[in-house]
Design a protein around this ligand. Structure first.
Ligand SMILES: C[S@@+](CC[C@H](N)C(=O)[O-])C[C@H]1O[C@@H](n2cnc3c(N)ncnc32)[C@H](O)[C@@H]1O
Length: 283
């Protein structure tokens, strides 16, 4: 397998206006340590219940910083395959692999697009397909979901997180993100300052009211993410699509998947998380 290849993005034309996810992941990597990796492992455990990692393979679609690939590697999956469309994300994942001291061939890192059906076929089928916060940023979410679902082995798990459809609120965020990716540098900085203050103050007060430690957001949340880089991702993450939980479940049920776990965003702006199990071949 090629490590960090630089081929064409895929058979689908990727949207020209895209957020530079990988640059943000490189920023995030500078502050990552054991706490973030352990948080990632805890958050991944929902998907891998009843799976023997030593006999299972893990595909990380849109690996970003490589944090969750590393978690899978540390869980002992017999093969971890990570890929991302963004070259900086690929480099971040390679750097994460090096930080883990993973010199064996058990963990491979590639550049490619989940929209590229031919590329996806070369990756084969996997016991766990993980794609958290990725498919809605491809510009063609349902096609990306089809390709991700096809990579799951019979009886395997598909762990995805997709932005919740909140009607006009989602439209508002679409406009913010679209403006950000098409704006000149100083406008982007201004937008970030506004949202750092907005979320910083809002979440600080919300945490205090819920008797939570507001500083936890800066040192790493439940998935090991950090406030500073999260806000950049929330403001800039474009392309951007959304789906209701019902629509996602119905879509995947039609492809032979059963919902086994979910954590819904509810009224909060954010992602719905789902774990689906693919039917046995003979089901
Ligand atoms: C919000 S980040 C999520 C990263 C990681 N999955 C996580 O949970 O931390 C979205 C990632 O999806 C990647 N991405 C966007 N479009 C993609 C595509 N068509 N194929 C593969 N990765 C893609 C981005 O480059 C980015 O690294």
């Amino acid at each position: 397998m090629r490590e960090k290849c630089c081929g064409k993005a895929g058979e689908q034309t990727m949207s020209e206006q895209r957020f530079a996810f990988g640059k943000n992941w490189k920023r995030y990597l500078t502050g990552v340590g054991r706490d973030e990796i352990d948080a990632a492992k805890r958050s991944l455990s929902a998907a891998i219940q009843n799976i023997q990692p030593g006999q299972a393979t893990f595909l990380d679609i849109g690996s970003g910083s490589g944090l969750f690939s590393r978690a899978a590697y540390e869980f002992g999956f017999c093969r971890v395959a990570s890929f991302d469309y963004d070259l900086d994300s690929v480099e971040a994942t390679v750097a994460m692999k090096q930080m883990a001291g993973a010199t064996d061939t058990r963990w491979s890192v590639l550049q490619g697009s989940v929209l590229d059906t031919g590329f996806m076929q070369t990756l084969g089928l996997h016991d766990v397909v993980y794609s958290w916060g990725v498919l809605h940023h491809t510009g063609s979410m349902w096609h990306a979901l089809d390709n991700a679902a096809r990579a799951v082995k019979p009886n395997g798990r598909l762990f995805i997180a997709l932005y919740n459809d909140q009607g006009w609120i989602s439209k508002y965020w679409h406009a913010i993100k679209r403006t950000y990716v098409s704006a000149p540098g100083f406008i982007r900085l201004l937008m970030l300052l506004v949202f750092w203050i907005y979320f910083g103050v809002g979440l600080f007060v919300a945490d205090l009211l819920r008797l939570r430690n507001p500083l936890k957001r800066h040192t790493g949340d439940a998935r090991g993410m950090k406030f500073f880089t999260d806000v950049i991702d929330w403001v800039g993450g474009y392309p951007f699509e959304v789906a209701t939980p019902g629509r996602v479940e119905e879509y995947l049920r039609g492809q032979g998947f059963t919902l086994t776990w979910q954590r819904l965003a509810g009224r909060r702006h954010g992602c719905n998380e789902f774990v689906f199990r693919r039917a046995e071949a003979h089901d």
